[in-house]
Ligand binder design. Sequence first.
Ligand code: ARG
Length: 469
Amino acid sequence: MAGQHRDALWQGRFQEGPDSGAISFETSIFDDMRLAAEDIAGSQAHVRMLGKAGIIPQNEADSIVRTLHEIAAQIANGQIKIDPTAEDIHSFIEGALTDRLGDTGRKVHTGRSRNDQIALDERLYLRRAIPVLQSRMVTLISTLATIAEKHTGTLLSGYTHLQRAQPVTLAHHLCAWAWMLTRDHGRLSDAIARISLSPLGAGALAGSSLPLDRETAARDLGFAGITPNSLDTVADRDYCVEIASALALVMTHLSRFCEEIVLWATAEFNFLDLSEKWSTGSSIMPQKKNPDFAELIRGRAGRVYGDLVALLTMLKGLPLAYNRDMQEDKASLFDAYDTVFSCLEVFTAMIATARWNVDRMAESCGGGFSNATDVAEYLARKGLPFRTAHAVSAGIVRECIEKKCAIEDLTLEDLRRHSPLVQGDIYSLIAPLACVEARNLPGGPAPDQTHRQIQALRDFCAATGHVEK
Ligand code: ARG
């Protein structure tokens, strides 16, 4: 049927119809059928403008708008099935309209091209869909804040180079991941703000000789204004790249977090237990409980990077203005979107149901001399130059390695041999909790500061309209 639509709609100069192989090769319907609602909303605004500007009779504009409304409702309720042999969503809907209205339907495309139409559809779609994805990000941020709230006093070794470094808390650690997601959220908002300009009126590439009122159509669609150059409007897909790049970064963050979950779920770390709902078994080893969901999310990061690279590569050799290569944008963009969407949902459920092994985490603060910096700072507070204090503390660590003990296991006498500035108060000051409480600068791990961070994360969520459940 769509083949017929296409022939009837733009047979143009051709005397022959397309080869059936040509149709199945060139169609974008499987990707752009998700743009049906936007395609219709865009056509309605365009036609309302055509009517108002007197370019087509008002009564015909009204009847196109009404019929498009019926078509939208019938697509939504399944009464109209999108024809998989249609060339694209634009031709399918224009065909359905023309089937119903005849010559009146043939006026919908006055002063318009599929080139500005697709640029419009994508912008309208992203403007609707990105906030839905962002709301899933906010749910994850809020979930992390809720877990953090319970663990502002849960000691955990912080790591650099995956070596025990200095004690922090689980709350502080989880907030670190949450802040990364707030920036990802911001990047998506920035991208959406930049595409809030209407492409309608750019036509195929060079605008139109008809007296279109671009501003009216833009306002009707809720855009902040109109795009400034018709060639640029139909030739770029930088907004797809920008969004795919923000999505790739979401995946980088989720993937790193998943890497940590995979490590933490090992018997060697044993910092957390994933729920059985979000773990898998082995077909041969009965004892296994594997973190496959974390691994799959980590693996799918590569897929989203692939989408980003596909978009960049698709664009890099294109002269102005529209080229059909650009049709490929949708497969990559939607794949990136869908992948991130499902990863966010799965990750949130997985982290919300994990059990945190707080005793093991506390143990990680011992045995690695993670209070050696606190010894150096103790001495620096007593007036020793920090570089000297660092060397004294290193000497103490060396002695402990020989004696196979922790710094706090040495006697005061042992410690004072390294520096007479050491006094009995050192023991209470280098206990892990004391080390954490002492790091009380803004942004630091001290529980008071972490409470402030959690509140700031909550404020971030609330500012996006998120409601706590
Ligand atoms: N399906 C096309 C796309 O997604 C729509 C624009 C087609 N324009 C053209 N001149 N063939 O890019």
